[in-house]
Design a protein around this ligand. Structure first.
Ligand code: FCB
Length: 440
């Protein structure tokens, strides 16, 4: 790698990220059913109908996986907790085995000198909560606060940092308007409600953790840079609408107590009554803000009702996800977030990385594209820091090849290769390059 640790300020944190459903193996340990189990079991939703029942079997192999985190020289490990593992019904009874697992996992990080960075929700909603409306139902904010209290009363004393919800845009828009993720809904009213309730739940979880005396609490928001597909004013305004819904809704709600006009144009009629009164909760003060960043989109009008946009194929080199590689987007977001939303608040890149069709040859996996991708994005991060952006850390998605949601196990994002038959882990060349960079 071109970048090494000394290229970044003292105390800058490097981490690897994963999420519970994508790696743990949801079929063991008394976990309850989730919306992803149901979504995957419904033909047409997930490549080869794959689900997270076994995944990487991290539930049993977590010690080996944390050894890999430590051996790479990472400071932090960003992991998530499965609501349904802790509370199989989403509400009420607690699965002691599940809570014990996260307790052991926490201690195993600390024993290795790794800072635990938790996310409370990375998409696997307990199915019974979906029966009650899931993210469409305002009560989810209280269900989520209760779950937060249960988990953090047990492990909150040992967390380095916590964020309530991974990528609210995916929770709300991708899953309730586009229908690409569980629960696979395509409905503007459901989407509007989810867009609001996800932030309300975020705020209630922050309030709950403050009540427990916890600090270093933040939010993790995904961002996709948006450029118009051509010079027309129509493409410009389609791109601005995309930006408002994808990027500005969430930072606007949390850091300014307002939603962008361009998004309200379509969503306001479908928002729950009294939504304006919830901003005091949504704006519960944070200690840091996390940005997940992978790519940009070129946007054109779609000749449809609101939001009237579609993405067009761009000219840049693409990853195995067909996502354009556009490191400038990371710089753009870091500087824009600090300038327009977060000011002096510490920022973290909480996810960045790429999928490639990695092949194990003997005992090695050559993935030079991944190393180049990480280097290019670290250069963008450095450029932002040099301009005064208070960026305090960078997390790579992902430690392991894992369950890439609707795309199943084919899209490999890991620094470590996983053979999904034998579950053998093999660090890729990018892992070794990074370990070298972090130790120098
Ligand atoms: C992010 C998700 C993560 C993974 C990566 C590729 O949107 O947070 O779970 O799917 O994309």
């Amino acid at each position: 790698m071109r970048h090494t640790r000394p290229d970044f300020p003292d105390g800058f944190l490097f981490g690897a990220a994963t999420s519970s459903y994508q790696i743990e193996g949801h079929g063991v340990g008394g976990a309850g059913r989730t919306q992803w189990d149901d979504f995957a079991a419904t033909p047409g939703n997930v490549v080869r109908f794959e689900d997270g029942a076994r995944a990487c079997d991290h539930y049993h192999r977590y010690a080996e996986d944390l050894d890999l985190v430590a051996a790479a020289g990472f400071d932090c490990y960003r992991f998530s907790l499965s609501w349904a593992r802790v509370m199989p019904e989403g509400r009420g009874p607690v699965n002691a085995e599940g809570l014990d697992f996260y307790d052991r996992l926490t201690d195993a990080m600390l024993e290795r000198g790794i800072k635990p960075c938790a996310t409370l929700y990375h998409w696997e909603l307990p199915s019974p909560l979906l029966d009650s409306g899931g993210w469409r139902n305002r009560d989810i904010a209280e269900w989520f606060a209760d779950y937060t209290e249960v988990v953090m009363s047990r492990i909150g004393d040992r967390m380095f940092s916590v964020a309530p919800i991974n990528e609210p845009w995916c929770v709300a828009w991708l899953s309730h308007f586009e229908g690409h993720h569980a629960p696979g809904v395509r409905d503007i009213r459901a989407a509007a409600r989810a867009m609001h309730h996800v932030l309300l739940a975020h705020g209630r979880a922050i309030e709950t953790m403050r009540g427990l005396g916890m600090g270093n609490l933040g939010g993790v928001f995904n961002h996709e840079w948006t450029d118009p597909a051509d010079d027309s004013p129509e493409a410009r305004s389609a791109a601005d609408r995309y930006d408002a819904i994808y990027n500005r809704w969430f930072l606007g709600g949390v850091f300014k107590g307002e939603y962008p006009t361009l998004a309200l144009e379509g969503l306001e009629p479908h928002l729950p009554t009294g939504w304006q009164d919830d901003f005091s909760t949504i704006q519960a003060p944070l200690d840091w803000c996390g940005l997940n960043y992978y790519t940009r989109k070129l946007i054109a009008p779609a000749g449809q009702p609101w939001p009237n946009y579609r993405d067009v194929e761009g000219p840049l080199p693409k990853t195995f996800m067909d996502w354009e590689i556009y490191p400038d987007g990371l710089y753009n977001f870091l500087t824009r977030a600090a300038r327009e939303y977060t000011g002096d608040l510490p920022l973290f890149v909480t996810e960045n990385g790429m999928a490639s069709p990695d092949v194990l040859k003997g005992t090695s996996v050559e993935d030079p594209d991944r190393t180049a991708y990480l280097d290019a994005h670290l250069a963008s991060a450095k450029r932002a820091i040099a301009e005064g952006v208070p960026l305090n850390g960078y997390f790579i998605w992902s430690l392991l090849d894992n369950y890439e949601w609707a795309l199943g196990y084919e899209k490999r994002f890991g620094l470590v290769h996983v053979d999904f038959d034998t579950l053998v882990r093999t660090p890729k060349a990018s892992y070794h390059a990074l370990a070298h960079a972090l130790k120098s």
